[in-house]
Design a protein around this ligand. Sequence first.
Ligand code: ASP
Length: 362
Amino acid sequence: MSFKRISRRKFISGAAGIGMSLPILGKASISKTQGGKLNRPLIITSKTNPATREGVTTAAWEILQAGGSPLDAAEKGTNVSELDPRDTSVGYGGDPNEEGFHQLDASVMSGPDNNNAGAVSALENIKTPCSVARLVMERTDHLMLTGKGALKFAKMHGFKEEDLLTEAARKHWVDWKETLSERDYYHPPHKKFQPEGGGTFNVLVLDANGDIAGVTSTIGHHFKIVGRVGDSPIIGAGLYVDNAIGAAGATGHGAESIKVCASFLAVDKMREGMSPQDACRYVCQRVSDRHNGKPMFGLKMVALNKNGEYGSCSLRGKIEAETGKLVGSGFGVRDAKGFRMETGLALLPPMTKEERAQIPWR
Ligand code: ASP
């Protein structure tokens, strides 16, 4: 495996960007770690699915240890989950759109490549959309390819078209279809339909030199309308990296993350000196304010900074059974101490049953 891929655009934009970026970088300040120690390398992921959450970070860690770039690590780590059908939260093995096929979104950003970025949206039949997004960044002068064009581009680069619908996901889709309405020709399913959690995850990587990269990959919303694109491939919404500051990623209700440029906002708040944790909380607060403190959806932010501090905040949390406390969602952390799941903050309590009954299924 070669870790030395340097893009044509990196060279051009790197040279052109030096003068312009200096004044902005001059203002940058990031919060200090306790005792001034740098916690590098560091990988965090919003992924909670037990099938792959540790595998994602372990693969990314091993790539860093072997001398790979943070983007190599974020991409290969993400691939572990994209390729594993046991992980029913994303890509192959995840739920399809309303017509029973997958349209995947993904984005990548690479700090040491002058914060360059690539994305794909509504990509069909390819198991590793984040790798195609990386090639969009490295092999074109565009930022995002979508739909048929994204598929053509993937095939041009040797990706194989494959069926992404597993038997389990097909059955889940049929259950959903049969449960949708009482006024159609489908009989209801035998067992009650159980919606599952979200379909996105972010992988943020800080290497030993302080270089940063990130990836976001998703099926989008379960059973979404054909053609729908969420926040995951939108740079600044589902993912943002600034090599001088840190990185952030969003999961949850993508339309709301786009409206506040959630990941960009988190990184910008870190630029102003907020810790990653506070920056994640700030974004959730902004989203909540847009909805008069009663957002009827979920959103979860994860972020890390250049020192190796990290944090997460969920807009809507859950009440922990043992303590009765309001807590956010879990997120995976891999650093020199090994892998662990940590619990993020939560801004607001979970939605009540009555509130849930008012919203479309998600
Ligand atoms: N943010 C994703 C989207 O809107 C969905 C998710 O995170 O569950 O496509």
